[in-house]
Ligand binder design. Structure first.
Ligand code: GLP
Length: 245
C-alpha cells in the first residue's frame, strides 16, 4: 500500500500543494485524464489551475475530464448543479475542449460512463474531497467496495451538510449519480484533499480504520498511489497511518 499523508499548515497550502501535483501531471502528459470533484475543498486548487492557465503556463486543450458525481433532477444550468459549479470555477477559466468534459448525469446510464472512462484510457489522476460521514463522491457509508457508477440515495447527514448551498433544505435532491468506489479505485493516482476542523473526526476515523464500508474513503488504503493532503485543523495533530495498512 502506498497511501501517503501530507500534513500542511492551512487550506491555502493544501490547495497550492494539490495544484503543484496536478500541473506537474499535465506537463508530463498533455492528454491527461482528470477525475474531478466538487464541494468547497477543491476550490482553491481550481483557482490556482485557472491562474496558471491565465499566466500562459498551462494548456487544457487536450485534457479530458470526468466528474465524480452529480445530483439527480437538477438542470445543467441550475446554480447548485455540479456541472454549473465546474463551469463557474474551472472550465470557463481555462481552454478546456467541452467535447472532452464528462458528467455521469449526461450519459444514458452508469455502464455508459464506465465505458467512456475506459475508452479515454482510464483516469490518470482523480481529485477527491471527503464528506463528514466518510463518503467520497456520493458513495455513502455501506457502499460496496465493488460499486460502479450508479444512482444512489443520499443520507440525511449529506442532505443536511449540502443544504447550506440551497435556499431551503427541501430543495436538496434526495438522489445523485456517482462513480462507484471501484470506479474511483481504478484511477492510476488519487489525490484526497481534507481541510478544516469539521473534517477532523472523519479524518481520525479514516486513519485508524482498516478498509471498512462504514468509512467509504477507507477503501483508499488499498490503492497503489494515493496522496492525502490534509491541513492541521483537519488532521488535529493526529498520528500517521498505522504501519499495518
Ligand atoms: C459533496 C460531494 C463530495 C464532496 C463533499 C465534501 O457531498 N459529493 O464529492 O467531497 O461534498 O464537500 P466539502 O468539500 O464542501 O466539504
Amino acid at each position: 500500500m502506498s497511501t501517503e499523508k501530507v500534513v500542511v499548515s492551512n487550506y491555502q497550502e493544501m490547495a497550492a500543494r494539490a495544484a503543484e501535483i496536478v500541473l506537474q501531471r499535465m506537463q508530463e502528459k498533455p492528454k491527461l485524464v482528470l477525475g474531478l470533484a466538487t464541494g468547497s475543498t477543491p476550490l482553491g486548487l481550481y483557482e490556482r489551475l485557472v491562474e496558471s492557465y491565465k499566466m500562459g503556463k498551462t494548456d487544457f486543450s487536450q485534457v479530458t475530464t470526468f466528474n465524480l458525481d452529480e445530483y439527480c433532477g437538477l438542470a445543467k444550468n441550475h446554480p447548485q448543479s455540479y456541472r454549473y459549479f465546474m463551469d463557474k470555477y474551472l472550465f470557463s477559466g481555462v481552454n478546456i475542449d467541452y467535447r472532452r468534459v464528462h458528467f455521469p448525469s449526461e450519459v444514458e446510464d452508469g455502464d455508459e460512463y464506465e465505458q467512456k472512462i475506459m475508452e479515454a484510457g482510464g483516469i490518470d489522476l482523480q481529485i477527491l474531497g471527503i464528506g463528514r460521514n466518510g463518503h467520497i463522491g456520493f458513495n455513502e457509508p455501506g457502499s460496496d467496495f465493488k460499486s460502479r457508477t450508479r444512482v444512489v440515495d443520499l443520507t440525511e447527514m449529506t442532505i443536511k451538510d449540502n443544504a447550506r448551498f440551497f435556499t431551503q433544505p427541501a430543495e436538496v435532491p434526495r438522489q445523485a449519480v456517482t462513480m462507484g468506489l471501484a470506479t474511483i479505485m481504478d484511477a492510476k493516482e488519487i489525490l484526497l484533499l481534507v481541510s478544516g476542523s469539521g473534517k477532523a473526526a472523519v479524518m481520525e476515523r479514516l486513519m485508524m480504520k482498516k478498509p471498512s464500508v462504514d468509512v467509504p474513503a477507507s477503501v483508499l488504503h488499498s490503492h497503489t498511489k494515493t496522496t492525502i493532503i490534509v491541513d492541521k485543523k483537519a488532521d488535529g495533530g493526529q498520528r500517521d497511518l498505522p504501519s499495518s495498512l
